[in-house]
Design a protein around this ligand. Structure first.
Ligand code: SF4
Ligand code: SF4
Length: 435
């Protein structure tokens, strides 16, 4: 039984993946789900199962529900609310895949279920704003600047005082205001906002800044450029969407279109041979999936495979030499990411930190929850809060002073909780290790 989700949602077959690339080879989505033997090895690493102790919110429960759906034993329309709760509560963190001997990609199954249910997960206004990044990039950039200006003028503070941001449709503004740094005057001198293009005559490297590096954390973008520019002529592709947002929250067809646009642009720049760098682990892991999105089109799949070979994460450009000024205090790595928490970038990041900090590097247990990836706290406020509190407790228990993340958004989210509940610690993106 191949292409199950496409059969179930026969009107929109292009909105589903016919097969998944798993660490153990390519499988149809159905085969991948059916491969779960219900051993339960994944239960103890799943943050939602650890919190709820309900099988429904465990990787095994989620996979079994999808299997029952395939076998026609679970009616989709009658069980829609339950299925939606199962799908929306999943962090897509991939910790279950790491613990599973069969490397079953439960997060991918969940995304297929979300596409079948066709529900909008994010608050509508936030969804609209984020979807402009690819459809109306200039309007998106303008909205972000306006947002910063409105915050700087104190309008958001006033709305909060009046209780307007408590309204359901606007509560995401409240949370965004909580996690974003205070709008400093220098923010408007953000190099990514100027019309000046970072385009050397003979580029040797392409930098695709993440949304946060470009619009929310100029220090992060500047730190990546500083590291990359030491040895390379860096070409910056500003306000260019990778398709990740559409993959998670939108339409797979749109995600494919955006990803292919990126692959073509890369091919047309110096013959597709330049390394392409990103500072977000989520974007990096998504781009690694490029061949999976084009499995129906052999030529595009081949182009995607070549594209993947040129992908780089910031851990590849960080110096391996010891720091000049050693930071005191204990440090740890928050492996927060979408889809997976194992692979080369994680290993390299751990190696860099262990080399720099030796005994001060705090090893994490397999049960330690990391910061949920972007978007989760806007959708699952209470679960996200509980996961973050566990995270903060672990940081406090191990007396960690600095937590390094591989994504700017995770650092923002974690910093907000640390400031409130354990202010002696702080979170930062790994690339800022060298200032
Ligand atoms: S997903 Fe993997 S680890 Fe979890 S129950 Fe299924 S086979 Fe076991
Ligand atoms: S992806 Fe994360 S939250 Fe979802 S089932 Fe797996 S471990 Fe649980």
């Amino acid at each position: 039984m191949t292409d199950f989700f496409a059969q179930l949602d026969s009107q929109h077959t292009q909105k589903h993946l016919p097969s998944l690339q798993t660490p153990l080879g390519e499988r149809s989505v159905y085969d991948s789900v059916a491969f779960c033997n219900r051993c339960g090895s994944c239960q103890q690493v799943c943050p939602t199962y650890l919190l709820t102790a309900e099988e429904t919110f465990s990787p095994r429960g989620r996979n079994q529900a999808i299997r029952l759906l395939i076998e026609g034993k679970l009616n989709l329309s009658r069980n829609r609310p339950l299925l939606k709760a199962m799908a929306d509560s999943c962090l897509l963190c991939g910790r279950c895949t790491e613990a599973c001997a069969g490397k079953i990609p439960t997060a991918e199954h969940i995304l297929e279920l979300r596409r079948t249910l066709q529900t909008k997960t994010l608050p509508p206004l936030l969804h609209k704003l984020l979807s402009w990044r690819n459809r109306r990039p200039k309007r998106f950039a303008l909205c972000i600047r306006l947002g910063w200006m409105i915050r700087r003028l104190g309008v958001i503070r006033l709305l909060r005082t009046l209780g307007i941001t408590q309204l359901n449709a606007l509560s995401w503004i409240h949370h965004a205001d909580d996690i974003l740094p205070a709008p400093a005057a220098g923010l408007f001198k953000n190099p990514f906002w100027s019309t000046k293009t970072h385009a050397p005559e003979k580029p040797t490297f392409i930098y695709l800044p993440s949304l946060e590096a470009e619009f929310l954390m100029p220090d992060l973008g500047a730190a990546v450029l500083k590291q990359a520019a030491q040895k390379q002529h860096v070409l910056v592709w500003k306000n260019f969407s990778s398709g990740l947002f559409e993959y998670i929250y939108g339409d797979l067809r749109q995600s494919r279109r955006l990803l292919y646009r990126l692959i073509r642009r890369h091919q047309q720049t110096a013959g597709g041979k330049l390394p392409l760098l990103t500072d977000s682990i989520d974007v990096y892991l998504f781009l690694q999936k490029a061949p999976q999105l084009f499995s129906r089109w052999p030529k595009k799949k081949q182009q995607a495979q070549l594209f993947v070979q040129n992908l780089r994460f910031v851990t590849d450009i960080l110096p391996k030499t010891p720091l000049r000024r050693i930071q005191s205090g204990r440090i740890r790595l928050d492996k927060s990411a979408l889809f997976s928490c194992e692979g080369k970038p994680f290993e390299t990041a751990e190696k860099i930190l262990k080399t720099q900090f030796r005994k001060n590097f705090v090893e994490c247990s397999y049960k330690n929850a990391d910061t949920p990836a972007f978007g989760y706290s806007f959708v699952q406020r209470h679960l996200a809060h509980s996961i973050m509190m566990q995270n903060v407790q672990n940081i406090a228990r191990t007396q960690t002073g600095t937590v390094f993340t591989l994504s700017g958004l995770s650092a923002l989210e974690l910093n907000f909780y640390l400031k409130r509940f354990y202010p002696t610690a702080k979170a930062d993106h790994l690339v800022r290790l060298h200032g």
